[in-house]
Design a protein around this ligand. Structure first.
Ligand SMILES: Cc1cc2nc3c(=O)[nH]c(=O)nc-3n(C[C@H](O)[C@H](O)[C@H](O)COP(=O)(O)OP(=O)(O)OC[C@H]3O[C@@H](n4cnc5c(N)ncnc54)[C@H](O)[C@@H]3O)c2cc1C
Length: 819
């Protein structure tokens, strides 16, 4: 143990589980040797020591899979590097499907894995039985086998990482609890412990299920809550093959691991038991929770049928241990939006061992470079909302997220718990009219409307779901008459003050030094030219701007904005999301519908695209913004929240004569993809250069420099202009009308995978599935080289012919927007 207790360190890591040890190891690899790791009890004594040790690589999304793949590669070489045995056995893993839907999910995952060379084999039921002879495969539909997956000893992985870190100078102190966190001027400055204070430039919260409390010491929201997680270990089983792969039967919520001649059987049951809400006992150290056989019994009964050999084996160990879960089942990584230099790596949702290698590396690189090494939005802590730190909310939600690990990951799947917390003022109006709500960032939003006599309930599947025809009708109404969307969930920030323009000119790649009443579509770029935000800025007055962005990006964009206001700037930003509801009236009949209701000339000449005006709307006041995300004539109407219902009623009363249809978010998305409008987090992320994304038209490198400097990313844009782009975002349309695209499907050209679909939906007007996706190209390649009909997109192992285009297939000239 390291003896002299330091008073200063470049970085302090709180928590000596596998994640803290991995962050320490990877920081040391990057040359950060002045690092201190503090553990309140002993290394691994929290959750790490009792993990089952499954090391799988195939995750629900591409980047999570990428990180898990790195973990497996690291654990394979760690023993040779550190001399500490990790017990990593690369015996492969088999996931079997008992339903056709599950098989489709597994096959789609296998296709996704191909885009970056992860080895996956799709197996028939007979082949599953061949790989895992103990399996009763009579009702198995098929499976996937990952030969490079395996199992390891979790505690020893953590200890090997700690040893590797220590050998490069990292100091580790056990029995040292962090009791406070020091901050100054919006940044972290150190930690308080029972042994004294350590001043630090950077602090990392790797506190596992204690992570939320540690966050609260620093005023940082870390939404996670522990749940009980169960497994049993059998008595030794005679002649049990030692080379059995790990087996997962998600349809029965179970996983199986050969464990020194015994079988370890674990489960992710649909309704989990939250734990520790009232506080985790102070003396918790290598502790277990009381067993609950009644809870586990149904799982065990099914398992005995799946693996008949279990009937002959007694249970030697019944294990119940706590692990932290997050509201969306993905971990929390990155710099806290509330506090500079305070990083978080917590909430690992039962995959912390297999994720720790990749997450630790990514976080260390993020700390080193000051920005994420690649798009980590899936796990970025900035995706969470302030309300999600609420304990009761967390308790309700995590009882569901544990089970979702092994549930069918259907597209559009909605949470069942902790719903109804954030509602638009129009909620009841929409519900009365058949809205089926989905949840984004806590907001209840109408995703589609059920016609009279149809229940507004999802029936999930991988093909066309039950709402497909209703959403198609909404889509067609937007294209041919007019639709009304409730977009009150938009996040809205007022940027005010004499320096507001100068501040925004530094942040925005587009030119926002426009006349009041102009709306500017812009990206916020990082120094690599990657897209940090994709939004609109409306100038309301000389010293007042309104930033409007997606609900899901609210925390992230607000943090970016606040961080980039120089201390000396006379500029303030306020989140005014709740102040205004937003009603979007979109479609060729929008003008005819609205004109009689308003006091303002809506003609194209008087109210052109890209402008905003205060108007009287029926009996209320509003601000009309002429913009669109669906590619049609239309206005977004910003109405004081308390008047939203009156505005809605007025529009609806006038609507029948113009074919007004209430539309949901699914129709919004299918319309936007026909127009190839980009979606932040999918099509445009912080690793996608704005020129590769085809958004160069919104970048003004020649705009006058603000007094706070040229806009962030300008140099990167100029550089890329010189060298030319080597990948481009294209729009794809399948030639056959039936298959469905969602995202992550590989894009083939000839015998090569050239990219993957970043977002997909059905183009009801175009009559086929539409996807966006980046493909590799040579600098200077244009529509001739990039477009064409020789592409194929792979869906669940089958390839479908597709056409590609640089311009949108729908209304390529954009004339419908400007009519
Ligand atoms: C039964 C079970 C089976 C599992 N099986 C698997 C599996 O097969 N594969 C897999 O990938 N994952 C598995 N997991 C999940 C995995 O164990 C966790 O995701 C992982 O261990 C989390 O690591 P951590 O470092 O975040 O947390 P922890 O290991 O809990 O580490 C956090 C540390 O922070 C310390 N700490 C807290 N507060 C303070 C403070 N104030 N000051 C100093 N130190 C502090 C704690 O003492 C603790 O040691 C399983 C979990 C359970 C419960």
């Amino acid at each position: 143990m390291d003896e002299t207790f330091p008073t200063h360190a470049r970085a302090v890591i709180i928590g000596g589980g596998v994640v803290g040890c991995s962050v320490a190891y990877h920081l040391a690899q990057l040359g950060w040797t002045d690092v201190v790791l503090l553990e309140r009890k002993q290394l691994t004594s929290g959750t790490t020591w009792h993990a089952a040790g499954l090391i799988g690589q195939l995750r629900a999304t591409l980047n999570l899979t990428r990180l898990a793949k790195y973990s497996a590669e690291l654990y394979l070489r760690l023993e040779a590097e550190t001399g500490e045995a990790t017990g990593f056995k690369q015996n492969g893993s088999l996931g079997v499907a008992l339903t056709k839907n599950r098989l489709e999910e597994l096959k789609r995952g296998a296709s996704m894995a191909k885009t970056f060379g992860l080895e996956v084999q799709v197996l028939t039921p007979e082949e599953c039985k061949g790989v895992y002879p103990l399996l009763d495969a009579r009702d198995v539909e098929g499976g996937v086998f990952l030969p490079k997956d395996g199992q390891a000893d979790p505690g020893n992985i953590a200890l090997a990482l700690a040893k590797g870190a220590r050998s490069k100078g990292v100091k580790i102190f056990e029995h040292t609890k962090v009791t406070g966190i020091r901050t100054k001027d919006g940044r972290v400055t150190g930690v308080v412990t029972g042994r004294g204070e350590i001043a630090a430039e950077v602090v990392v919260n790797c506190g596992g299920m204690w992570g939320r409390e540690i966050g609260r010491m620093a005023g940082v929201n870390v939404p996670l809550h522990a749940c009980e997680h169960f497994y049993v270990v059998t008595e030794p089983i005679e002649d049990l093959p030692r080379d059995l792969p790990v087996l997962r039967v998600p349809d029965e919520c179970t996983y199986y691991k050969e464990d020194a001649g015994k079988i370890l059987l674990g489960c992710f049951e649909p309704e989990a038991k939250p734990w520790g809400g009232e506080g985790i006992p102070e003396d918790f150290c290598f502790d277990q929770l009381p067993e609950d056989f009644a809870h586990f019994e149904p799982i065990l009964n099914r398992a005995v049928e799946r693996l008949p050999i279990l009937a002959k084996a007694g249970i030697r160990t019944f294990f119940n241990g706590p692990e932290s879960f997050t509201p969306d089942g993905r971990y929390l990584l990155g710099e806290a939006p509330e506090l500079k230099n305070f990083f978080v790596a917590c909430g690992f949702n039962s995959i912390g061992i297999q994720s720790a290698g990749g997450a630790g590396k990514a976080l260390a690189e993020w700390m080193d470079a000051g920005e994420p090494p690649f798009d980590l939005w899936d796990v970025d802590i900035r995706r969470l909302q302030p309300f999600q730190g609420n304990r009761r909310y967390l308790e309700m939600r995590v009882s569901e997220t544990l089970g979702l690990l092994y549930a069918d990951h259907f597209p559009y799947r909605q949470y069942a718990t902790a719903r109804g917390l954030r509602q638009s003022p129009l909620h009841e109006r929409l519900a009365e009219r058949g809205a089926c709500f989905g949840e984004t960032a806590g907001w209840e939003r109408a995703n589609w409307f059920a016609p009279p006599g149809v229940e507004p309930v999802y029936e999930y599947g991988w093909g066309r779901q039950n709402w497909f025809p209703y959403s198609a009708a909404e889509h067609r109404a937007v294209r041919s008459s007019v639709g009304l969307f409730d977009m009150s969930s938009f996040a809205k920030f007022r940027v005010e003050g004499p320096d507001a323009e100068a501040v925004l000119q530094r942040i925005c790649a587009n030119d926002v030094a426009v006349e009041p009443g102009r709306i500017v579509y812009t990206q916020w770029l990082n120094h690599r030219g990657g897209i940090e935000a994709d939004l609109t800025v409306t100038r309301l007055a000389e010293d007042s701007f309104l930033v409007v962005t997606a609900a899901a990006s609210a925390t992230r964009d607000l943090a970016w904005l606040k961080r980039h206001i120089p201390a000396e700037a006379r500029c303030a930003v306020v989140d005014v999301t709740s102040a205004e509801a937003v009603l979007c009236v979109m479609g060729p009949n929008a003008r005819a519908l609205l004109q009689p209701l308003v006091d303002t000339d809506l003609s194209n000449a008087a109210f052109p695209f890209g402008t905003a005006k205060a108007i009287e709307l029926g009996p209320v006041i509003a601000r009309a913004h002429r913009v669109t995300y669906v590619g049609e004539l239309g206005w977004e109407l910003y109405v004081p929240s308390e008047m939203a219902r009156a505005a809605f009623d007025a529009i609806l009363a006038a609507g029948d004569a113009h074919g007004l249809t209430l539309c949901g978010l699914h129709a919004l998305d299918s319309c936007r993809i026909e127009k190839a409008y980009r979606h932040f987090g999918h099509d445009v992320t912080d690793e996608d250069h704005v020129l590769e994304a085809g958004l160069g038209f919104a970048v003004k490198v020649d705009k006058p420099q603000s007094r706070f400097g040229a806009f962030i990313g300008r140099e990167a844009v100029l550089r890329k202009r010189d060298t030319g782009v080597t990948r481009r975002l294209l729009q794809f349309k399948l030639k056959r009308p039936e298959p469905m695209l969602y995202h992550n499907e590989p894009i083939w050209r000839g015998d090569r995978i050239v990219g993957r679909v970043t977002s997909g939906n059905y183009g009801h007007h175009l009559g086929a599935a539409i996807g966006l996706g980046y493909v590799a190209c040579a600098p200077g390649d244009g529509p001739e080289e990039l477009g064409g009909s020789d592409y194929e997109i792979e869906i669940a192992g089958e390839r479908f012919a597709a056409e590609a285009s640089l311009k949108p297939f729908y209304d390529p000239q954009g004339s419908r927007v400007r009519m």
